[in-house]
Design a protein around this ligand. Sequence first.
Ligand code: GAL
Length: 841
Amino acid sequence: MTLLPRSLTTVALGVALLCGGAHAAAVRERQSFDAGWRFTKGDPAGSAAPDAASQPAFDDAAWRKLDLPHDWGVEGPFKQEYPGETGKLPWWGVGWYRKHFTLPAGDAGRRVYLDIDGAMSHAKVWVNGQYVGGWPYGYASWRVDLTPYAKPGSDNVVAIRLDNPEKSSRWYPGGGIYRHVWLVKTTPVHVAQYGTFVTTPQVSKAQATVSVQATVESNGRAAQVQVATDIYTLDAAGKRGAAPVARQAATKVTKVEADRQAQLTQTLTVPQPKLWSIASPQRYVAVTTVTENGQVTDVVETPFGIRSAVFDANNGFLLNGQRVPLNGVCMHHDLGALGSAINERALERQLELLREMGTNAIRTSHNPPAPELLDLADRMGFVVLDEAFDMWHEKKTPNDYHTSFDEWHEKDLRAQIRRDRNHPSVIAWSTGNEIPEQGKPEGWKLAAHLAEIARGEDRTRPVTSAYNHTDSGYNGFQNVVDIFGYNYKPGEYGKMHASAPYLPIYGSETASTVSSRGEYFFPVSDDKSKGAANFQVSSYDLTAPPWATSPDVEFKGQDDNPFVAGEFVWTGFDYLGEPTPYNDDTTNLLNFTDPAQQARAAQELATLKKIAMPSRSSYFGIIDLAGFKKDRFYLYQARWRPELPMAHLLPHWNWPERVGQVTPVHLYTSGDEAELFLNGKSLGRKKRGPRDYRLRWDDVVYQPGTLKAVVYKKGKRWAEDTVATTGAPAKLLVSADRAKLRADGKDLSFVTVTIADKDGRPVPRTHDRITFKLSGPGAIVATDNGDATDLEAFQSLQRKAFNGLALAIVKTKAGEAGKLTLTASADGLEGAQVTLDTQAQ
Ligand code: GAL
């Protein structure tokens, strides 16, 4: 549930005030608690007691000052000897955060809560020296109640200790309080945490039935409460319509016992609802008002959407009754060079790029996402498969969540669903990914238990799990989910459907094709194990690990079996860690189910391990770590946006060493036929067959010059693309994704530097070292280039270009508007600059 627009720092809700006068406080406040922390890595040295820093008198003056969100891991340094599996960054260990804050005297008698959207991991919290609770799972959002020890009218100290175990993840988890933190204040009679649940049991064009359930809590005494609900439209900016579209006044009085909760449900009718959809993500907000003896004690806003979302065993996924193929990607939580520290603009940029490709669905692999991701998905029109765990009781790495699973899984799963169940974007709950229990005779029982927990929290959405064992389609696991997800099994869809014709099926994880942007290796081979050299992987998009496939093989699996609801490609963006096929950790061998494959991989790894492998980020992304599109972007765009006239040729055409040699040319296009020309001479017209997803001219003999594809669709000219041999690198081009920014200390501009020839054409295969400089009120917070092997610190102001491109990420300063100028220079090349405007809020 999203209570409030997250862009606001402090929000006071409620027309009624607790008391009159200048110091009156609103009934509910939610304040950003991100600013003004002190941080130290490790337990403070020389302290007598291990938890000495939890005590108010502890002297933290020497600790570093910082604002949250914070990820200590991304600060580096990268080290060759750190595991590539988790990004070669130091994300593990103990970290302390402390913050002094003053509570106004008027807060006496109010409840005071600390809400943590995510802390990695095993958090413990003290306020004024008293332990108030904690939460082990680093991806969970959770609350501690500060009320018993908080001191209104005076200084308070909150201290948080994190302990992030080594060997606890298969990817880069980050370390620290890496999501937002909030201070929430309420009256004693208030809506509980995640205490509203809005469902839309009946949806038609004429009207929608909206059910709004509120869980009211009364602290310290019993209360007789009433609840009223108003529903408003929300515009794209999150602004309410002037008048409610539906109202339900308080009708009955309900008793809430002291320190207990009571649930009240109201049903409203919204006439002619504007349905939430991917193309038109219309939102509404339910405003829940709690009163006691006519006095308002709480007001909570719950944004929601009116839509029907159904999976059908024969027709896939239906949104508002219409079939929508799930054109999905899996995403880990890191934001590339920014690490795991949440930043809304960085997330929004990811989604913008994915949308351009035609993506309409995100799987939050393999854990609950930042709440902001769901807010953005609601607003931008994406559906989300919201996943809970990467393992259950059985481990994947020695210190992972399996150590907490028995005690915490129920709390974690319930908290996740309660937090997220009002988001129209969320269409299913996934209880796990490739969980090792699949291999156990009665492993399905645990799957059933988790599914029951999920259904107990939300009966309106299906429960699923992502299975990589073929057997799981037949051995009991299939019976405990409402929709069945196969990882990397396009060849099984038909068999599975025949054996369980009642069960909707989708590709929960697909392809895992690997590539490095702008790298091409010869000879081009259809053997998916080929195409890797020098810690890079060829971009002909045919290379994949043994358990995986090229995108084309997965497409065929879906087209042969049209009942499949769609897919979630591994992955939308490259992420930190898991640099298969150059992963220097053996954990990824767990991915093999076939012993022969396992043996072969172990052998390959043993050979590779003799070399020091530098890779720190994945090769799976359709878009690289810096946010630059790989060729594959266009293969998916061609399929997912068939109405968009587009054509994309590969490789680049700068091959002085290949004159006279066979250099295959591939074309990704939404057209169905194309003619290829080299220096004006036709190399033949080719038509796509029923299961062809790319056009190939495999015997092109390289000559420098211009390669051009002219594309047709149903016989008509549709699109074209040209790739030309460029001149020598001559200058830099600089462009910013956004030139007008908010001066709020959070907004970002992603600035791309391109190495170009004298005519401004991007020159591939260039790796010049770029130096960045910024003047004005802002900072370059990170640089990158998408090269998985680059171990230069992300904070460096110098960055080698990778195949012609480099990135600088500029952040504004809070309250300081003005002009920012970013300059890029490189030896022997003409430099360039771009000016950005930051504006006051
Ligand atoms: C899958 C796994 C993912 C990732 C992927 C790489 O088996 O679920 O987390 O490891 O393999 O191909």
